[in-house]
Design a protein around this ligand. Structure first.
Ligand code: PHE
Ligand code: CO
Length: 293
């Protein structure tokens, strides 16, 4: 999510950002239409009937999988996205979000540089990619699209504790940029916001957007015997590499959103220092003495 001349300023120069784990294809969004802060209007007229149909089918497929796999906070909030048969209008969702947690969603052409991303989160503005994947990408899309961003991320922005965590993350990101610690902080996002699991009295459940918007990983993350699931520990997590092109080999399990918020409240400056002095852990590894859920 970073690199290039636009990275340090975080200002859109009309070209896509260089991203971590880049593939051979450049990001597909039109960055020329975005403002300096990388946001853009949701061009609702761009969507074809095929795009709406793709959204409807993705939504239906994920919705029927949620019981027993997704956390209750997500299930109870997902209807806030509105009618499941058309791509929602961002402004309609923002109106409901604003009343509930004070957040808004804003359109973006795709992945944006991390500094610009952190700043939007700190301002309680969640960036949502405006384009829809093609029908050929129904099962797998490399970059986040409007379905991943809306269905995966937006329901939990209606949860006050989780919404506060996202804002704190954004503010923390602006500091991490200055401390050269973005890679460590990005791991925190990856293993919580994108691929987090939560332990509930009914069993493990998913709250991460990358899991909740995935046809296959939702069940895999909760039930696959070969996956590693370790308890949330901030330094352990920041030491752990991740893969962007396969199901995760390691998931981190929180007890509650409050635990996550409390564990990330202290100043990370000494945490970054401590983690930089420790060895990196590969995905899939269980360390001695660790519980594998
Ligand atoms: N406490 C963190 C810091 O000092 C900020 C933060 C909060 C980061 C929540 C991530 C998540 O950098
Ligand atoms: Co995401």
């Amino acid at each position: 999510m970073s690199g290039g001349p636009d990275f340090h300023s975080g200002v859109n120069l009309g070209v896509p950002p260089v991203t971590y784990g880049e593939g051979s294809r450049p990001p597909r969004g039109d960055y020329a239409k975005a403002r300096a802060d990388y946001t853009c209007e949701q061009d609702y007229a761009q969507y074809s009937e095929a795009d709406h149909d793709t959204y409807r089918r993705l939504y239906a497929r994920q919705l029927q999988q949620l019981p027993g796999l997704a956390c209750e906070e997500f299930i109870s909030a997902v209807q806030q996205l509105g009618a499941p048969d058309r791509i929602p209008r961002f402004d309609d969702i923002s109106e409901r979000l604003m009343r509930t947690t004070g957040w808004q969603i804003v359109g973006v052409p795709g992945l944006i540089p991390e500094e610009a991303f952190f700043k939007l989160l700190a301002e309680k503005r969640f960036p949502v990619t405006d384009w829809m994947r093609t029908p050929e990408e129904f099962d797998y899309v490399v970059e986040p699209d409007v379905f991943h961003d809306l269905f995966g991320h937006v329901p939990l922005l209606f949860n006050p504790t989780f919404a506060d965590y996202m804002q704190a993350y954004g503010a923390g990101g602006m500091k991490a940029s200055r401390l050269d610690a973005c890679e460590l902080l990005t791991r925190l996002y990856w293993y919580t916001v994108e691929f987090g699991l939560i332990n509930t009295p009914q069993g493990l459940r998913a709250y991460g957007a990358g899991i909740l918007s995935s046809a296959g990983e939702l069940r895999h993350s909760i039930t696959a015997p070969e996956a590693t699931r370790v308890g949330f520990d901030l330094q352990r997590l920041m030491r752990t590499r991740y893969r962007i092109d396969t199901y995760q080999a390691t998931y981190f399990v929180i007890d509650s959103f409050q635990q996550l918020f409390d564990a990330t409240r202290p100043d990370f400056t000494p945490v970054y220092e401590a983690v930089h002095g420790q060895s990196v852990v590969d995905a899939g590894v269980v360390l001695p003495g660790e519980r594998n859920f």
